[in-house]
Ligand binder design. Structure first.
Ligand SMILES: [Fe+2]
Length: 349
C-alpha cells in the first residue's frame, strides 16, 4: 500500500480531507485528474505526462503559463484549479513558496529519491532535473579541466562570451560564488570575468557556441542541455554547426570542498489550494521515477536527479556530473546580492 501523508494546510480543508488522511488506504478522492501549471514548454514535458497517465490512469490538464506563474495562482486564490506548479530555476521555486501558493508535502518516495540538497526541507518544492552550467570551448583547444575562477584569468582576455549577468542562470552562478567565497572575492572574480569579455554580455546560451564558431570568442559559459540539443540537431542546421564547433567541460569551483559543478534545477510544488493534492503528489513521485527521469534525459538532455538513468551519448561525453554540494537554497538566498554585484561591476555594459 502506498502511504501518503499530507500535512496541516491540507487538513484545514475540512472533513473530506480528514477522511482522506485517516481513512484506511484510500488516499485520493476518486477524481482521476490533476492540473499542472507549468512555465516549461509543453512539448518538453508531454512525454512524461503521457507516461504518467498510462501508468496511473490520471489525466493531466496542462496549463502553459509563460510568465507570471506566481501572480496568476495568487490571483486565482482558493478557487485555483492548479494542483502542481512546475518551473525552472531555484529562485522561481523559492518565490512560489515565499508567495504563499505552495503547500508542504510529506512523501517517503520523494524524500528517499531526492537528496536533501534537492528539495525543500519542509516539502514545499522538489527538484525534477538538474541543469549544470558548463564551459563551452572551441573544440580544438587543449583544456581538460577548468574552474569557474579560470574565467577571470587574464590569459583569456578578449576571449570569453556569456549572456547577460542578470539572466537567472548567471545570477545563480554568481550567487553560488558569493556563497562559497564571500562578496569581496566574488567581486574581484566578476571584475576579472568582465575584463575578459569578447563582446557585450547578451544574447542566449546557444549564442556562445555560435560566437565560438564565428571566431568572436574561444570559451564561454552556458547550460549543458543546449550542448545535447545542438550536437543532436539535424546535420546542416545552424544549431548543429554551432554544436559541432565546441566541446563542453564541466567546471568546478576552485575552493568548493568536493570540487563540484554549479547546477540549477527544474522543479515543482503542490499548489496550496490543490483540488487534487493526492494526485499531485503521485505526479511528482512519478516524475522522479527511473522511467520519467530517462525521458527527461532524452527529451531535453537535462541531468537526472537519480543515479543509474541512461544518458544521451553527448552528456556521457562530458563525464560524470559532480554536483556542487552547496545547497541550492543557499544560491537562492544570495541571488539578490548577486544581482546587485553584477550591476555594481557594470557586467552588462
Ligand atoms: Fe534554458
Amino acid at each position: 500500500m502506498k502511504k501518503l501523508l499530507l500535512s496541516w494546510p491540507f487538513l484545514a480543508r475540512g472533513g473530506a480531507a480528514l477522511a482522506l488522511v485517516f481513512g484506511t488506504g484510500a488516499v485520493q478522492a476518486n477524481d482521476p485528474q490533476v492540473s499542472l501549471y507549468t512555465t516549461r514548454e509543453p512539448a518538453l514535458i508531454q512525454p512524461m505526462l503521457d507516461a504518467f497517465t498510462r501508468d496511473s490512469g490520471i489525466k493531466v490538464n496542462t496549463v502553459f503559463v509563460k510568465d507570471g506563474l506566481l501572480e496568476r495562482v495568487r490571483a486565482e486564490g482558493a478557487r485555483s484549479p492548479a494542483d502542481v506548479l512546475m518551473t525552472v530555476d531555484i529562485g522561481n521555486l523559492v518565490d512560489l513558496v515565499d508567495g504563499g501558493v505552495t503547500q508542504p508535502v510529506k512523501s517517503a518516495v520523494l524524500e528517499q529519491t531526492l537528496p536533501a540538497n534537492l528539495r525543500d526541507p519542509g516539502g514545499q518544492w522538489f527538484a525534477l532535473s538538474l541543469r549544470d552550467r558548463v564551459l563551452y570551448a572551441e573544440k580544438d583547444l587543449a583544456i581538460d579541466n577548468f574552474t569557474y575562477e579560470d574565467l577571470a584569468d587574464p590569459k583569456w582576455k578578449g576571449k570569453v562570451c556569456i549572456r547577460s549577468g542578470q539572466h537567472p542562470y548567471n545570477t545563480a552562478l554568481v550567487a553560488a560564488k558569493i556563497a562559497h567565497d564571500g562578496a569581496a572575492a566574488a567581486e574581484t572574480w566578476l571584475r576579472g570575468v568582465k575584463a575578459n569579455l569578447a563582446r557585450k554580455a547578451a544574447g542566449g546560451d546557444r549564442d556562445v557556441a555560435r560566437d565560438i564558431l564565428g571566431g568572436i570568442c574561444d570559451i564561454g559559459i552556458a547550460n549543458a542541455y543546449y550542448v545535447g540539443q545542438m550536437k543532436n540537431a539535424q546535420p546542416g542546421t545552424d544549431s548543429r554547426k554551432w554544436g559541432d564547433a565546441i566541446k563542453a567541460i564541466r567546471p568546478t569551483f576552485a575552493k568548493s570542498a568536493s570540487k563540484g559543478t554549479h547546477v540549477n534545477v527544474s522543479g515543482a510544488a503542490v499548489a496550496r489550494h490543490a483540488p487534487h493534492a493526492g494526485n499531485a503528489v503521485k505526479l511528482l513521485e512519478f516524475l522522479v521515477s527511473e522511467p520519467a527521469q530517462a525521458l527527461y534525459a532524452r527529451a531535453n538532455y537535462e541531468y537526472p536527479i537519480r543515479a543509474g538513468v541512461a544518458l544521451d551519448p553527448v552528456l556521457v561525453a562530458m563525464g560524470p556530473l559532480v554536483v556542487d554540494p552547496l545547497p541550492v537554497t543557499e544560491i537562492a538566498r544570495h541571488r539578490k546580492q548577486a544581482s546587485e554585484l553584477i550591476d555594481k561591476v557594470g557586467f552588462d555594459h
